[in-house]
Design a protein around this ligand. Structure first.
Ligand code: HEC
Ligand code: HEC
Ligand code: HEC
Ligand code: HEC
Ligand code: HEC
Length: 351
């Protein structure tokens, strides 16, 4: 991967410091050295004697106890499937491979695995048993009009994270080195049902799923997947850099003042210790690897939060409480935000 393209832009300039100081969040919160420990201590049951002693001490010295700070959730990648899960999946693929030769085109096209409820538990291996071309087919080296793929470069391919030869859309989300490092997408993350006829939600969508799209209508007809619950999460505009984050302007303009060889990722100036530090704890993201790679440059964070934006709006992210959070007020823009990730992607407790 080609990181480190921002070297040589100079240290944090005076303008940048003023901007950051004006912000407040950064200064007030500052680096919180052991939020984890503090929160754990607050949550841990204390022996009775200590409570009495503490209460006595509190009565004389400490002011009224503030609500306990939320704990910092450590960044971890979801574990790979266990041997038992892999064996179960392999057995299902083998069974499917025996059925495939008995199906004609229509029966394969309407195969129950395409629809609810079977699609909810379908594995990549089962989809690929019929759709091997989805990952196996490569882009043409030369277009029919003679343009060489390697000679054309889209703007998003200039991001420091973009690597290697041109690939298809499916390959870039499932098998590119970068995709495998930062995420963990299954076919069914995007394809939550496959209606080959009408692409009509009534045909395949259960009542329970009718509430899925941030409380709005869940589907747009004639789309293969629901973009507001898939693409938008990683290809939306950067959430308002001025009014939400308190940056002095759009990120591509202000990053020059904030980033240097020593601080290659301006996002982490605020997002390392101070704000919204509980994040990415979902089955389809590799939370720990994201943080590791992000130390080398902000294109890792910005890539999914504005750098490869196909939309002008941003995804309304859940707002997980974090250790340094001000628990007493909620900014207007954040009213109505969920405090936890979409249940479909929450990781089982203890993982
Ligand atoms: C038994 C074989 C089989 C299995 C298993 C299978 N498919 Fe299909 N699928 C087909 C066939 C055949 C078509 C029709 C292809 C065509 O007309 O070009 C199709 C079509 C599709 C389409 C295109 C529908 C459209 O809008 O035109 C998508 C998307 C799709 N499948 C996704 C999946 C996913 C995701 C899985 C796993 C959950 C899966 N398929 C499992 C055989 C299968
Ligand atoms: C990041 C989201 C995403 C993932 C993950 C994904 N797909 Fe797709 N897939 C799409 C979209 C969007 C389209 C529609 C593309 C278009 O219309 O050109 C599509 C189209 C298809 C089609 C229709 C044929 C075609 O080439 O247009 C098939 C079949 C398909 N996907 C199967 C799969 C299988 C099998 C997997 C898992 C190995 C998978 N997809 C993973 C988003 C995804
Ligand atoms: C979980 C995050 C995530 C989701 C969801 C997602 N993408 Fe992406 N997308 C990425 C990442 C990361 C890359 C860069 C991959 C790389 O550089 O190898 C990317 C790259 C792309 C590219 C550039 C591909 C290329 O060959 O240069 C396109 C186009 C794209 N995504 C479209 C979509 C669409 C359309 C959807 C919804 C169907 C979608 N993405 C859903 C994370 C995501
Ligand atoms: C100057 C400090 C600062 C910088 C630099 C910064 N952010 Fe933020 N960011 C914030 C604050 C403050 C919030 C809102 C916190 C809250 O929920 O009250 C926020 C919120 C967010 C959110 C959630 C928005 C939502 O709608 O829920 C995302 C995603 C985000 N930042 C990503 C980034 C990325 C990526 C970068 C670097 C490209 C970045 N931030 C740089 C301060 C900053
Ligand atoms: C592969 C794409 C990807 C990368 C890389 C990425 N994010 Fe995210 N980020 C997401 C998605 C998807 C969500 C929503 C997760 C959820 O629903 O809980 C999210 C959520 C967030 C949130 C909201 C946190 C909350 O309260 O739940 C913040 C803040 C954020 N990201 C900042 C960052 C920062 C900072 C970086 C770099 C260190 C980064 N992101 C890198 C995809 C990405």
């Amino acid at each position: 991967m080609r990181f480190g393209t921002f070297a040589g832009l100079g240290g944090i300039g005076a303008t940048a410091l003023v901007a950051l100081t004006a912000l407040g969040t950064l200064v007030i919160a500052g680096p919180a050295p052991t939020p984890n420990l503090a929160a754990l201590k607050a949550a841990a049951p204390a022996p009775a004697a200590t409570i009495i002693a503490d209460a006595a001490a509190a009565a004389t010295t400490a002011p009224a106890a503030a609500p306990p700070a939320p704990a910092q959730i450590p960044y971890t990648d979801p574990p790979p499937p266990s041997a038992a899960q892999q064996a179960a999946e392999a057995a299902k693929v083998e069974a499917l491979k025996k059925i495939i030769p008995t199906l004609d085109y229509q029966r394969a096209r309407y195969y129950p695995l395409h629809f609810k409820p079977a699609i909810d538990t379908a594995s990549n291996g089962e989809c690929l048993a019929c759709h091997a071309e989805i990952l196996g087919k490569n882009v043409r080296e030369t277009s029919p009009a003679g343009v060489k793929a390697q000679a054309s470069l889209a703007w998003y391919q200039t991001l420091a994270t973009y690597d290697g030869a041109q690939m298809t859309f499916h390959q870039r989300h499932m098998v590119s080195d970068y995709a495998k490092a930062v995420m963990n997408l299954n076919c069914t993350f995007c394809h939550q049902s496959v209606d080959p006829r009408e692409k009509n939600p009534g045909f395949t969508v259960t009542d329970a799923d009718m509430t899925s799209n941030n409380g709005k209508e869940p589907f747009t007809l004639r789309k293969t997947v629901n973009p507001s619950e898939t693409c938008l999460r990683c290809h939306g505009a950067m959430p308002d850099p001025v009014n939400i984050m308190g940056l002095p302007g759009p990120f591509p303009e202000v990053r020059k003042d904030l980033e240097s060889a020593d601080t290659p990722n301006a996002c982490l100036a605020c997002h390392q210790d101070a704000v919204r530090t509980n994040r990415h704890n979902v089955t389809y993201l590799n939370a720990a690897t994201i943080e590791d790679l992000a130390k080398e440059g902000s294109d890792v964070c910005y890539g999914c939060h504005g750098g490869r934006a196909w939309y002008r709006i941003s995804y309304p992210y859940p707002r997980h409480p974090w250790p340094a959070m001000d628990m007493t007020t909620t900014p207007d823009w954040a009213k109505g935000r969920s405090a936890s990730s979409d249940p479909r992607y929450q990781r089982p407790a203890g993982q």
